[in-house]
Design a protein around this ligand. Structure first.
Ligand code: HEM
Length: 178
């Protein structure tokens, strides 16, 4: 739900992205049917958009705590068995040495490249044997929402009393899931 709401925030605040994604869909859509997830390969921009939603405002920014099952050393840090480790996924997604202009929403940064997008989902859904078991369900649901909305709707910002559009001042809730 958090990621779906971030998608709506992204497309009302970046109308040019919404238009580009819509145009890509219109170029591949066949008569009398909506898109399905199997159309993925024909929609690199739409899938870059979804990936950027997960990077830009990750729903689970500090992952879930893990505990070391044995002593370890990481970059000179001694980490004894039973150390609690929280992965800073937020930093991984907003590290300016990895992502140029990390606070901006830029689907083009992946160049439609599946491997670049995979680097995001490999982090967003956690690590190792406890990685998110809801990954395929979450991803499929998200794509169903995104493809349907971008195909059938034009989503525009709200209008103020004078009829001017404005982007709401969005504040994410704090906590393990934003
Ligand atoms: C965009 C949506 C989602 C994101 C970003 C997400 C992310 C995560 C992350 C980061 C973890 C921690 C993994 C770790 O320990 O390293 C996790 C765990 C988990 N997720 Fe998700 N998740 C999403 C959707 C879902 C959905 C839809 C379900 C269920 C239908 C689900 C069920 C779970 C469960 C049960 C765990 C705990 C797994 C364990 O500790 O063994 N998640 N998720």
């Amino acid at each position: 739900m958090s990621t779906a709401l971030t998608f709506f925030l992204a497309i009302i605040s970046h109308l040019e992205v919404q238009e580009k994604a819509h145009k890509e869909i219109i170029s591949v859509i066949r008569p009398n049917r909506l898109l399905i997830i199997a159309d993925k390969d024909s929609l690199p921009y739409v899938f870059s958009l979804v990936t950027e939603v997960m990077r830009w405002n990750s729903a689970v920014p500090l992952g879930v705590p893990h505990v070391l099952s044995q002593d370890d050393v990481y970059e000179g840090w001694d980490l004894p068995k039973n150390t609690l480790v929280m992965p800073n996924i937020w930093h991984m997604f907003h590290d300016p040495e990895v992502y140029d202009d990390p606070m901006s929403f830029i689907p083009e940064r992946y160049n439609g490249d599946d491997l670049e997008m995979r680097k995001i989902t490999d982090l967003a859904f956690g690590f190792g044997r406890r990685a998110c078991p809801g990954f395929y369900f979450a991803e499929g649901t998200l794509y169903a929402i995104v493809l349907t909305v971008l195909t059938c709707c034009e989503v525009l910002p709200e209008l103020d009393d004078e009829g001017k559009s404005f982007i709401p001042n969005v504040i994410y809730t704090p906590g393990g899931i934003r």
